[in-house]
Ligand binder design. Structure first.
Ligand code: NAP
Length: 289
């Protein structure tokens, strides 16, 4: 790690809990490689302390910070400006200081899109299925619309939350049309999709044997289908293992995690960041666990 001096500038992440956050690992690896005078630290923060903390951040001159659960929406009233992408998602994960106050954006979309952008597909006609309708699903919806998808299926378990999710996009700039389904309807739509994305935490450590979808359903997907899991521990998840057994293309959550961080760091440092160094630091860290 670089030497901390009286001139070292502060970056960090707010959230609760933060013990398992891998952001300090990837950001400090990049900072160290670039030799810039910054440090990235975790700031565990309860919702009741958000107001005090943000006032404090202004006072002590923090340059920028990431925002994670449960503050991604709650942070918005504290910002003087948000990017159109953050407004569409309704959540902010990256904040930086401007002359007029804090500005926020959402780099989860950049992260999510990164592994898909190199694939040649007819995005307009491919009708992806999103499993889950929480915070990450919102970034996925906006990302898929940016990719060119015109119709998106969303599968959820809670009637009211699912309906609210669909309603929340009405009268927005979203260019895709959403249709909502319950889990027991998944088997009726699975054959149509070339892109299936898990945005639920099902299968995440320590519940590593769980999967959000029955393994027999993978056999009914088109043979060139892509199966994407936002989870990055374990790697691969049971969901992705089942898809691999069927010969489908799989994408795990690691690249999304690294790319959302890389884009955030670029905002703060205003320079190109070493994505390969960030990736290596994460792989080294996870291999040591
Ligand atoms: P969230 O806001 O809590 O949303 C989770 C969604 O999953 C909700 O729709 C929830 O349904 C659903 N769900 C949870 N347990 C379920 C179950 N047993 N059966 C059916 N549905 C279930 O969480 P999030 O922030 O979107 O994060 C979701 C996952 O994405 C996490 O595993 C997170 O680590 C991962 N993620 C990864 C990255 C990355 O960089 N790779 C970025 C963001 C998130 P209800 O609303 O009905 O409870």
């Amino acid at each position: 790690m670089s030497k901390i001096t009286g001139k070292t500038k502060l970056l960090g992440i707010i959230g609760d809990p933060l013990k398992h956050s891998l952001s300090p690992v990837i950001h400090n690896a990049a900072i160290s490689y670039l030799g810039v005078d910054y440090i990235y630290v975790p700031f565990p923060l309860k919702p009741k302390d958000l107001t005090t903390a943000i006032a404090g951040f202004s006072s002590i001159g923090i340059v920028g910070f990431n925002v994670t659960i449960p503050h991604k929406q709650a942070i918005i009233p504290f910002l003087s400006e948000t990017t159109p992408t953050a407004q569409l998602v309704g959540a902010v994960n990256t904040v930086w200081r401007t002359k007029t106050g804090w500005k926020g954006t959402n780099t989860d979309i950049d992260g999510f899109l990164s592994p898909l952008q190199s694939l040649q597909r007819d995005w307009a006609n491919l009708t992806p299925i999103i499993l889950g309708n929480g915070g990450a699903a919102r970034a996925v919806v906006v990302g898929l619309a940016q990719l060119g998808c015109l119709k998106i299926h969303v599968v959820g378990r809670d009637r009211q939350k699912l309906w609210q999710f669909a309603q929340s996009w009405k009268n927005t700039q979203l260019t895709a049309t959403l249709r909502i389904y319950f889990w027991d309807e998944l088997s009726e739509i699975i054959e149509e999709t070339e892109l299936l994305i898990n945005t639920t935490p099902i299968g995440m450590f320590p519940n590593i044997n769980d999967s959000p979808m029955e393994s027999i359903l993978f056999a009914r997907m088109p043979e060139n289908a892509i199966v994407y899991d936002l989870i990055y521990t374990p790697n691969p998840t049971q969901f992705l293992k089942n898809a691999q057994q069927q010969g489908l293309i799989t994408i795990d959550g690691l690249e999304m995690l690294i790319q959302q961080g890389a884009v955030a760091l670029q905002f703060w440092l205003q320079k190109t960041v070493p994505v390969d160094v960030m990736t290596q630091s994460l792989q080294d860290y996870l291999n040591l666990q």
